[in-house]
Design a protein around this ligand. Sequence first.
Ligand code: CO
Length: 220
Amino acid sequence: MKYLPELFAANARWAEDVRAADPHFFAGLANLQSPAYLWIGCSDSRVPANQITGLKPGEVFVHRNVANVVVHTDLNCLSVMQYAIEVLKVQHIIVCGHYGCGGVRAALEGPSLGLIDNWLRHIQDARDRHLNFLTALPDNAARWRALCELNVIEQVRNVARTTLVGDAWQRGQPLTLHGWIYGLEDGRLQDLQTSLKEGAELDTVIAQAVTAARSRYMPH
Ligand code: CO
């Protein structure tokens, strides 16, 4: 018995289309990948890294988890980062969140969902860092959107503070970090102005990005 034959049929069509457009495509990639980007994004099925950036296989190295969280004890994420930085030598690490993120909403509203509560604690740490600001917002919809942005900024801070990124900067390896957010409703990416090229910029850039994010939600 064959399971999920429609996916295998779609795969065969896709592989054939790619081969027709470029007969050497798969042979070239089988020997080497040299992506310039590491993408750290949400597992949400609506935010596929390659499609929304128009990147082909081989062009972006991807790590996804619930609510694009970077935790300093997460061996999975750290291993991806180490391989990306030290072996693939990516030039950019993009943390990409999205509006409408279910993980961020659960962290904000706090219903118990089981094991994942422990993961969401990390987003709640980001929430608590901005609690006065979030509490002052007029409604939960605004809090949800704002925390989706602030969570990205906090995770860029976490990426910057890993030994992996610190060591890369120390040895002069070109590596820029970015924080982006994606809109499910319009398919558009937005740069949250957290781009960082060296550790010395960290506090200033994060503070400016937080101020800019907050100002988008303050009543004028
Ligand atoms: Co999400």
